[in-house]
Design a binder for this molecule. Structure first.
Ligand SMILES: [Zn+2]
Ligand SMILES: [Zn+2]
Length: 318
């Protein structure tokens, strides 16, 4: 039995007869459906108005509890002079481009953000460009960010404060670069990642004042199976992925940096800077097993070919 995300939030149990008609929401916060039907009726009258004010109408008003939209957001554009940094021994010296993505997901209980991309401040730098020197001068990677995450959320009329829940796959700056754009959003992060972040130069230390729920292992976020955090250590000690179940698209795994490119996943390439090679391989196998079980697609955050084929905000997946 896991603890609710917001232990103090009002809860309600809806009888099976009514369950299909009711969407239990309170101020957009996740709420567990576990008390009495009487309580449910009381909060539903309130919830009906607040929900409409915050989020667009659900594309499927009959959806009882689950995800109804997923937006793929452009969250940076990376490049480097040598792909083999991620694919040791293969494509040595070959330049590589790798996009970065964030994903905004609408659940019947509110907005959820997965990963935050490289910092929006990069958009203000000359050429909207941040040149890193992780492997020596001139080696990159280079991150470009001509379009900010903030501007893309505005396009949807979603304010940072509308997003009540977020999670980052891990603490690298191209995933955790904008966490503090959402200072009041509860962040779900693996406990070991939270404690490890900031210990290496290439990680972002989390602001200890940021509201956080520390996770140990796999975690079904809303208890309905529609958004499940998957513990996938290896790239970093507390790396996690996200299983999303969409009503029309089906199951999708957002794999963070479990693998950087499709070829990396297919051939089990482990980048030389990963925290642990054996754990990295085990996590790729875990993802493959869940893909088979759930008939899930694998959406790799940095794969250029996949990205080119995907719909981007304001279009969305259902
Ligand atoms: Zn990473
Ligand atoms: Zn990354």
């Amino acid at each position: 039995m896991r603890a609710p995300i917001f232990p103090s939030a009002p809860t309600a149990v809806v009888s099976s007869k009514h369950r299909n008609k009711l969407r239990v929401v309170s101020n957009g916060d996740p709420v567990k459906t576990k008390a009495t039907f009487t309580v449910a009726v009381a909060i539903l009258a309130f919830a009906a108005t607040t929900t409409r004010a915050q989020v667009p109408a659900s594309s499927n008003p009959h959806l009882k509890s689950g995800v109804d939209r997923l937006y793929v957001i452009d969250c940076g554009d990376g490049s480097a002079t040598d792909e083999s940094r991620w694919t040791p021994g293969v494509n040595v010296g070959v330049p590589i481009g790798f996009p970065g993505h964030c994903y905004l997901i609408h659940h019947t209980q509110g907005w959820f953000l997965w990963d935050t991309g490289i910092s929006d401040t990069v958009a203000k730098l000359p050429h909207h460009e941040l040149v890193l020197h992780e492997w020596g001068p001139g080696t990159g990677p280079i991150w470009r960010k001509p379009i900010t995450l903030a501007a893309q959320l505005e396009e949807l009329h979603v304010k940072p404060s509308d997003i009540k829940l977020m999670a980052v796959s891990h603490s690298h700056p191209d995933h955790a670069g904008n966490v503090e754009m959402f200072p009041n959003t509860l962040m779900l992060v693996q406990r070991v990642e939270y404690e490890w972040a900031g210990s290496r130069q290439d990680t972002v230390a989390f602001n200890k004042k940021h509201p956080v729920k520390l996770i140990d292992g796999d975690y079904d976020i809303f208890g309905d199976g529609s958004l499940v955090l998957l513990s996938t250590p290896g790239h970093t000690p507390g790396h996690q992925s996200l299983l999303v179940k969409l009503p029309k698209t089906g199951a999708v795994i957002l794999s963070g940096d479990v693998a950087h490119f499709q070829t990396s996943f297919d051939h089990r390439y482990v980048p030389s800077n990963n925290w642990n090679k054996q754990a990295s391989l085990q996590s790729m196998d875990k993802i493959a097993a869940i893909m088979a079980k759930e008939h899930a697609q694998l959406w790799i955050n940095h794969d250029q070919v996949q990205s080119d084929a995907q719909k981007k905000l304001p279009a969305y997946y259902e």
